[in-house]
Design a protein around this ligand. Sequence first.
Ligand code: ATP
Length: 453
Amino acid sequence: MATDVVTMDKIVSLCKRRGFVFPSSEIYGGLGSSYDYGHYGVLLKNNVKAQWWRAMLQERDDIVALDSAIIQHPTTWRASGHLAGFTDPLIDCRTCKLRFRADKLGEEQCGRKPSVHPGEHEACSLTAARDFNLMFETTVGPVKEEGATVYLRPETAQGIFLNFKNYLQFSRKKPPFGIAQIGKSFRNEITTGNFIFRTREFEQMEMEFFVPPADAERWFEHWLEQRMNWYLELGIRPDHLHLRAHDQDELSHYSSATSDIEYLFPIGWQELEGIANRGDFDLRQHAEHSGQKLEYVDTADPSARYLPYVIEPAAGADRATLAFLVDAYDEDEIGGERRTVLRLHPLLSPVKVAVLPLVRKDGQPELAGEVYRELRHRVQAEYDDGGAIGRRYRRQDEIGTPWAVTIDHQSLEDRTVTLRDRDSLAQDRVAIDELAGEIEARLRAPWRSPKLG
Ligand code: ATP
């Protein structure tokens, strides 16, 4: 019996139990909202990022890659507007001593009575809202002196704008073209929480797509569609995903249009990715503050010079990873025994195939070892010979491994194995010589979440 009741607690507990994500600095009591990715978490998040790169770079020829510095010239943030405007309204509660975001009061919980929203506190216990800048400050050089203040980037996008000129020169690209980057960003969020949904240190997957101004609206629509399809093709259920256009008063200082891709997390509909038309705001600001010309000049027609408009799909690698985990989480029953299973798209699964000798004798471990060493050249594989076979299947189901190969006594006679499918539970007999090809073919085949029925 499948169940649709996925709570954040179940996800957190599976992640810890199976080594996806641990609370950071746990031996010192933890540090609020800091998390460490364990072995399977690293593999899963790497697969999410690899699929993003595939969609951005490998399957297109109009996007190039960048990996810019986290600490950039501080004027970057004056030009981008972050120093003046990257703030959240902060409210203190005099009664429970917690701090809240004024615009999220309805979602927060009181420090004394968690069932009470601070919005329901007596008005006199809340201070007036004041602006709080979300950028982390630090200093460069050994001496704390004036002029040495720098910031940890709160978004990866600005590194792209700072390099725009380099890309015009070396990449022989002309608008429309994009620059993509994945990297860590830092925000001193007032309130964090909900596991890896909102943390102060997180990874972003951002792409700035430079277009002739007259084409901006068309490209905005193009990217809305592309990005929605990316999540759907990787198995997110369509009824858990929607687009929400920002109201005029919600738009960032740089944007003329923004739509969020929202996912139905256990905490409700929340932003997964923002797609914005940033106009020429960023290039104009950096041109002004740096004194450099950042226009695109057509070599064939130098009178055609303009500042491109920018369409930006900005996603969070951690939030996407959480959404894939939530969407994949399932519980069912096999032969009267309950199992937890992550029905991840095989391309995202941390391990693609597990190799399991039925018993630890009669030459089975030796043959299984041979099969494993062959498979691991081709895909991420795992060898496990410890404990009852049912327990080993359960363990692989919980980490979302789509296929398990079992070596039994027949394998030693005819060099065939059983190939078990995580979702259908079908067990096919496959020749060892054909195994790697069969697994790669299954990995490339179109996939549909079995949760869709
Ligand atoms: P929110 O409204 O949730 O604070 P935002 O609108 O400020 O997010 P953007 O600046 O558009 O977010 O950042 C793009 C993406 O980066 C977000 O859609 C999200 O996936 C991710 N992201 C932003 N802030 C965080 C955070 N504190 N923790 C984890 N991911 C984040």
